[in-house]
Design a protein around this ligand. Sequence first.
Ligand code: ZN
Length: 189
Amino acid sequence: MAVLKVVNYGEPVLRKEAEKVTKVSSKIQKLVADMFDTMYAYDGCGLAAPQVGELKRIFVLDCGTDENPLPQMVFINPVIIKKDGAIISREGCLSFPGVYTDVKRYQSVTVRYMDLKGKTQTMTVQEGTLLCRAIQHEMDHLNGVLFVDHVIDRFSTDQQLAEHKLPPIEPDKILTEPDLDEALAGVAL
Ligand code: ZN
């Protein structure tokens, strides 16, 4: 087991699409163990393989808190098969040290994935919990999408990025999210 280097925003690998895992080999199991070591060493609650330079469709999560402990979770070849509602989520990312900003996310998602034993699992998470938001954040990493692509306040986020010596938001990467905008407008005051 080992702590791997987490790549920062600006590294091209974070913009690439990760490849499907065809077999949960001992090499993949070792990568997953190293990803957990790395995530804990960096004090994060989620980490996707591209963040350690591995273009594989894998992410790990530990979204437990003292009040609500959750097991370690491994998602291999995940697919979001259902999504509903919208929320504003304040997020950070281990590849953006020190940067936190509000982004748009679905309020509930159903994800289908393979576990570390190679078994297909389906999980539904609701109410915009940390787990629900983390699944969407990490899922994005596998498609070269980053949380700042969902940004709400581009100006203040760019200021934070500059303060932390990270590149600015890439305007052509900002997502148009009409379904989320519509859902958010529905709950606005
Ligand atoms: Zn991230």
